[in-house]
Every structure is written in structure tokens, then in C-alpha cells.
Design a protein around this ligand. Structure first.
Ligand code: NAD
Length: 545
């Protein structure tokens, strides 16, 4: 029988704490909300009233319910007000020294029965618990941002957490309408171990000039099917918080280089660009705390701009479904389409030629050499399905300035995207022509450099591989990991559902390309993935298998 929790203390009312207060108070729990100074307390109170006022304005909360919610919250500076609460959840900055000091103080202040919980994203709950005289009553309760919206709570038990304390917290999560997933104390738990690794790689892509800011976010929203782009999400999380989480994951998670925060993050944090909360991060916001993005001087793309050439006739080379879909797409947009498999001579008058296949490196190269001999000067030659770097195809022709990649992604009808892949030899006018064509096709287009996986696959596949490694390590189950990513990040599908959908063989081939190019040990395909492909199986047995 779980112990009923009537009153809760929340310490730290920043990005997460204010939302956690709201979650409790909304569900009939009395809350003592604590900050470190009067000014921080006022800010925390504003965070809470701002959020509840927005909920009322959007019709999600009745005014009377907002008033009742706010009446359940008492605000205080200092820990004394927490003496009699049944549970404390802390949401102070992600630093072990701060949290250990706080827990030692809470241990001295709170009544003996109080459960002490940390909202840490990556720090060792065990080390935090060891700062108290009641480690069996210490647990991790990891809410997600924004806490009132996201349904997941990761409950972290240490080797000494009492099972009844875990049961009490799980019952409380259910009362809050949250889904609790209980896991052991490992850096990043489920969600951040997968999410922050991906976000760090995305920031690295921007830093290296592989892709521009808006294009990167657009690519992952549309092509990756994610609710937010990675840079916008980093701004929401807070760059300082993300930085600290990554630092800890690096230290605790086997010193994986992919967890080492990219230098750009450190620079931005030092500059005070913390994301939404400071009004400036990867994007600029109307004011601190606002979600409204305002224009700034950030260059839209690292690719040089050029003038687009006219395109009237489009050649589509290849057989099978990808080529047929391309021909339909161009015809639908009003282009004269010449679709060919063998008789390449018919492409002599085309302004743009898009190849879909053959897919074999030597055959792809030979095809581009043949197109070079046939197509008129200035025609743009684009590869849509090659596994080769685009530069290999460009150098198989005598006109590398006219060659680029056009990678069409259709994760869902309303999310169609084209990655325009430019090489070091692609002329700005070729890229501009491709952009103009995509616009006429009604497709969002992003411009990126010529690297394995372009943008979407290069970020998505390592994340999926990390999920397989997590399963391999028996840290959690495929169902719980899928569940956690859907509820914690708002992803439409979990990583194992997505892998089954993409096809494990396709995912494995892309991962091998990524690994071959980067030699990054963390990108080596997970053995379990290799084995399932060899066995011809997916992660789940689907009807009809
Ligand atoms: N930001 C996210 O998206 C996110 C998501 C899940 C979990 N978390 C975790 O939540 C915790 C808080 O992160 P955040 O992003 O809300 O940080 P934040 O910087 O937005 O807020 C921290 C708050 O703690 C207050 N504070 C500092 N020291 C204090 C003390 N000794 N006593 C009382 N208050 C104190 C600060 O005044 C500030 O208001 C971290 O452990 C973080 O890893 C963050």
C-alpha cells in the first residue's frame, strides 16, 4: 500500500522547477515552492503565473481552476519552510557540488519520513544520496520540459533506494497523470542518454559549417519527423543545463567523445547565451523567457548564394518506384519530364537531370560520365539515391560545378523534404537552381555539405544505434525505451518502432557508411543490429511475419 503524499516541496523555480510546481498543484497537491533569493523567487512566481495564464488564455484551464491551483502554492526563500513536507523535489542547477550541499541541508531540515528527490538529468543519484543520512529515502524523479505537458517521468532508483519509496513515487506519478518508467542510476538515464548525444552532434554540425541554423532545424522537423529542431530544443532546455548534462555524461558514460560538449556550446554559455531563458541562444527571442523568435544577423546558410538558372525540362534516369515517383513529382509541378532507363541520348535538351540508381558505385560513376557526354552545357546533374559521396560522381564528369545531390525524404506526406547536397566543387548557381526547383515542387529544401548521411540520417541513425546499444546493455526494454522517447520528447514513434519501419538492413548500411567516414567508435553498428539483419528479423514480430 503506497503512502499518500499530501505536501510537496520544490526547490529551484527555474525552467523545470516552476513547471513541476504547476504539475503538483494542478493535481491537488499542496506545494511549498522555494528559491535562493527574493529576486529568484519573484522570477519563479512569474514563471508559474505566466504559464497558468497562458493555459487559461488557450482554454486549457478554467480561471477558477487556475485560482485554486495558485492557492495551493506557498512561496518561500530558504529551506526552513520544508520541515513538514512529505516529499521534496529539487530542480537547482545541474552541478554535483550544489546538489550534494542542498541534500545535506534538506536532510538536516526535513522530518525523518520525508522522501528527498532530485530532478537531475545526468548526475549520480547515488552520490547525491550519499550526502544525506537517509540514502534509502533518496530517489530520482526526472520530469521533462515542459513539465506540465510531457507525460513521462523517469524514476531513478539507486542500489540503496528502499523499494517502498520507489513504489510511493510511482503511485504519485500515476496521481499526477504521468507515466513513470523506473530505471537504474546511469548517466542520462534513458531519454537524455539518447537525446543529448544527438543534440550535441547537431550543434557540432552547425559549428563545422555542414549546414545552416534554420536548415538544420527544418531538416530534423520535416525529414526526421521530430516535434522541434535540435537547436530550438537546446534553446528550450537551456544551453548551460545541456552543457552540464553532457559534461556529466562524458565523465560517467565511459568518456565517449560524442558526449564531450562541442566548443560552440561552451562559448555560448560563457557569453551568457543560455537559450530562451536569457533571450538569446542559437536563436534570438523577443525577451528573456519568451518563445517568440526575432530576426538577428545569423547567416542563413554556410553555402555561398548564387543566381538560379531557368529549368523547363527535367530528365529522370532510373527504373522502379523511386524514379516513377520522381517523374510524377516533376510532372505534377508543370515541368516537361523525360523519363529514361536506357536511351540517355533523349536527355540532351534537359536543364536538370535527376538520377535514381542504379545504386552500385561503379555503375553510378559510369552513368555520370555518360550524362556528361550527352547533356547540354550548364545542365544540372543531380544524384538522388547514390550511396557514394556526391563528389565521386562530380569528378566522374568534366563539369563538377554542375553536379550536386538531391535527396528526397518523405517520412509523411506533410513532412516532405529535400536535402540539397553541395560538394566543394558545386557552383553557387547550381545550388540556387536546385533550391528554386524544390520551391516549385512545393518541397522544403535544406542545403548541406557532402558527408555520409547528409543531415537527417547522420543525426537519426546514430541515435537509433545508441538505443540498440542501450537494449544490448540490458539497461531497459525496447518497449520502455520507445515509450520514454515518445512521452519524454514528444516523438511520434520510438527508436525501435522507427528502426522496424526504416528496415534494419537499410539502417545498418547507412550506419556502416557513417562509421567508415568518421571512424568514430560510437558509430560502429551495434552487434545486435548486425545479428538481427543476418537473421532477417526486426525488433518486434509484426503481423504477417
Ligand atoms: N532544462 C531542462 O530542459 C531540464 C529537463 C529535465 C531536467 N532538468 C534538470 O532540472 C534541474 C534544473 O534545471 P533548470 O534547467 O530548471 O535550471 P535553471 O537554471 O533554469 O533553474 C535553476 C533554479 O535553481 C535556483 N537555485 C540555485 N541554487 C539554489 C539553491 N541552493 N536553492 C534553491 N534554489 C536554487 C536558481 O535560482 C534557478 O532559479 C537540473 O538538474 C537539470 O538537469 C532540466
Amino acid at each position: 500500500m503506497a503512502r499518500e503524499i499530501h505536501t510537496v516541496g520544490v526547490v529551484g523555480l527555474g525552467t523545470m522547477g516552476a513547471g513541476i510546481v504547476e504539475v503538483f498543484a494542478r493535481n491537488g497537491v499542496d506545494v511549498v515552492a522555494v528559491e535562493i533569493t527574493d529576486a529568484a523567487l519573484d522570477r519563479g512566481r512569474d514563471n508559474l503565473t505566466g504559464s497558468t495564464d497562458r493555459a487559461v488564455a488557450r482554454g486549457k484551464l478554467a480561471p477558477a481552476d487556475r485560482d485554486a491551483l495558485l492557492s495551493r502554492v506557498t512561496f518561500a526563500v530558504g529551506l526552513d519552510a520544508l520541515r513538514e513536507v512529505d516529499l521534496v523535489v529539487e530542480a537547482v542547477p545541474e552541478r554535483l557540488d550544489i546538489k550534494r550541499r542542498l541534500f545535506a541541508d534538506l536532510d538536516r531540515t526535513c522530518k525523518p519520513a520525508t522522501i528527498l528527490a532530485t530532478n537531475t538529468s545526468s548526475l549520480s543519484v547515488t552520490e547525491i544520496a550519499a550526502a544525506t543520512g537517509r540514502p534509502e529515502q533518496v530517489v530520482g524523479v526526472h520530469f521533462f520540459n515542459p513539465a506540465p505537458v510531457m507525460r513521462l517521468v523517469e524514476v531513478i532508483r539507486t542500489v540503496v533506494t528502499a523499494p517502498e519509496v520507489v513504489a510511493d513515487v510511482e503511485a504519485l506519478c500515476a496521481r499526477l497523470g504521468k507515466t513513470g518508467v523506473t530505471v537504474d542510476d546511469r548517466a542520462g538515464f534513458i531519454v537524455n542518454a539518447l537525446l543529448l548525444t544527438y543534440l550535441n552532434q547537431a550543434a557540432g554540425m552547425l559549428e563545422s559549417g555542414h549546414v545552416g541554423r534554420e536548415d538544420l532545424d527544418t531538416a530534423m522537423r520535416l525529414g526526421g519527423g521530430l516535434p522541434m529542431g535540435p537547436l530550438a530544443l537546446l534553446d528550450l532546455i537551456g544551453l548551460d543545463t545541456a552543457y552540464e548534462i553532457l559534461e556529466t555524461m562524458y565523465r560517467r558514460g565511459g568518456r565517449d567523445r560524442r558526449h564531450a560538449p562541442v566548443p560552440l556550446l561552451r562559448q555560448m554559455v560563457t557569453a551568457g547565451w543560455l537559450g530562451r531563458k536569457s533571450g538569446r541562444g542559437f536563436y534570438s527571442y523577443e525577451k528573456p523567457g519568451s518563445a517568440v523568435v526575432v530576426p538577428d544577423g545569423w547567416a542563413p546558410s554556410p553555402a555561398p548564394a548564387g543566381a538560379a538558372a531557368q529549368v523547363a525540362t527535367v530528365g529522370v534516369v532510373g527504373s522502379g518506384e523511386p524514379a516513377e515517383r520522381l517523374a510524377e513529382l516533376f510532372t505534377g509541378a508543370g515541368y516537361d519530364v523525360v523519363a529514361v532507363t536506357g536511351e540517355l541520348d533523349r536527355l540532351a535538351g534537359a536543364d536538370l537531370v535527376v538520377t535514381a540508381g542504379p545504386g552500385d558505385p561503379d555503375a553510378d560513376r559510369a552513368l555520370f560520365t555518360a550524362l556528361d557526354g550527352i547533356c547540354k552545357p550548364g545542365a544540372v546533374l543531380a544524384a538522388s539515391t547514390t550511396r557514394l559521396p556526391v563528389i565521386d560522381l562530380a569528378m566522374a564528369t568534366g563539369r563538377p560545378a554542375d553536379v550536386l545531390g538531391l535527396h528526397f525524404l518523405d517520412p509523411a506526406p506533410d513532412r516532405a523534404l529535400v536535402e540539397i547536397v553541395h560538394t566543394v566543387r558545386t557552383a553557387p548557381t547550381t545550388t540556387a537552381t536546385a533550391r528554386a526547383v524544390c520551391e516549385r515542387l512545393g518541397r522544403a529544401a535544406v542545403v548541406c555539405a557532402d558527408r555520409a548521411g547528409y543531415v537527417v540520417d547522420a543525426l537519426l541513425l546514430p541515435y537509433l544505434n545508441d538505443a540498440v546499444r542501450m537494449l544490448e546493455a540490458s539497461y531497459s526494454t525496447a518497449d520502455d525505451i520507445d515509450h520514454a522517447m515518445r512521452l519524454g520528447c514528444g516523438y511520434p514513434v520510438g527508436p525501435f518502432e522507427l528502426l522496424d519501419r526504416i528496415g534494419l538492413d537499410v539502417a545498418l548500411a547507412t550506419l556502416r557508411d557513417l562509421y567508415r567516414q568518421s571512424r568514430e567508435p560510437g558509430l560502429a553498428p551495434a552487434p545486435l543490429l548486425e545479428q538481427l539483419v543476418t537473421a532477417g528479423r526486426g525488433f518486434r514480430v509484426h503481423p504477417g511475419d
